[in-house]
Design a protein around this ligand. Structure first.
Ligand SMILES: [Zn+2]
Length: 262
């Protein structure tokens, strides 16, 4: 089984506009059209059985709308996470709403949401997530659309792990995009899980293996970041390492089943 832990789907009526805008910002070409139907077709083509759908509340006023749209996607193959905006007045009650709807966690993206990882309002959200048993999936490290910005740095993540020891963090892009030496130094061996999205285009095989071996295959998740990357390229990259079958299966599906309760 193959579970893609990092997929984005947009509401039908805004998918084309949203994808064009983000691709222009990041200088990339999309691999899917960003709709639910289009993504499911691509998943069939790439051999992906299930996907975890990540949403980002980019506007404090729209978090409920975004969470309700995410909930409508829920199906046998799609597992949506919620999102809250740390600057929303009702951010903490929205965490409760997400938990009440049995979503397993929220996605946060400090660049898209414009907050500082360690500011009080953000830490209050982490605290509430820890209390409610919700995981937090962070965009981590650099972002092609925000050159030079590294709001989710390994040092700040370490501080969150220290402050919230029971909080399950998942860090996109193999721990932190374009900060992989720091990931190896600071984050390998912590309780955070890393997805492997974007690694195939940017991380040398030798460094990928160093990170994998130090961190442990039970904390690595298969994730593509579709539509910005393809699950097939991500899969081929992972396959090229000829990992022991047990490790390969953990990364492809076993860890996702355990962490997301799939
Ligand atoms: Zn993403």
């Amino acid at each position: 089984m193959l579970i893609d832990s990092h997929v984005h789907i947009f509401p039908e009526q805004i998918a084309a506009v949203a994808i064009n805008r983000i691709c222009l910002q990041g200088g990339s070409i999309p691999y899917a059209d960003g709709t639910a139907d289009g993504t499911l077709k691509k998943m069939d083509e790439w051999g992906v059985d299930k996907a975890v759908v990540l949403n980002i509340a980019t506007n404090p006023q729209k978090q409920r709308k975004i969470n309700d749209a995410a909930l409508r996607l829920r199906s046998d193959r799609l597992l949506p996470l919620g999102s809250v905006h740390p600057y929303a007045e009702d951010a903490l009650s929205e965490v409760d709403y997400v938990a009440g709807k049995n979503m397993v966690g929220i996605k946060l993206h400090a660049e898209y949401q414009g907050f500082d990882l360690l500011e009080e309002k953000a830490q209050a959200v982490y605290q509430r997530c820890q209390e409610k048993g919700l995981l937090i999936y962070f965009h981590s490290g650099g972002d092609l659309a925000y050159p030079g910005s590294f709001r989710t740095s390994t040092e700040r993540v370490l501080e969150i792990l220290h402050n919230f020891p029971k909080l399950q963090l998942i860090l996109a892009h193999l721990g932190a995009f374009r900060m992989w030496d720091e990931v190896y130094r600071d984050l390998c061996g912590t309780s955070a899980c890393f997805d492997i999205s974007f690694a195939h285009s940017y991380v040398k095989g030798s460094l990928f293996l160093k990170i994998l071996n130090k961190h442990g295959s039970e904390k690595i998740l298969f994730g593509s970041d579709c539509p910005w990357q393809s699950a097939k390229d991500t899969y081929d990259y992972l396959k090229s390492f000829n990992l022991p079958q047990e490790d390969f299966e953990l990364i492809c599906s076993g860890n996702a089943k355990r962490i997301f309760g799939i």
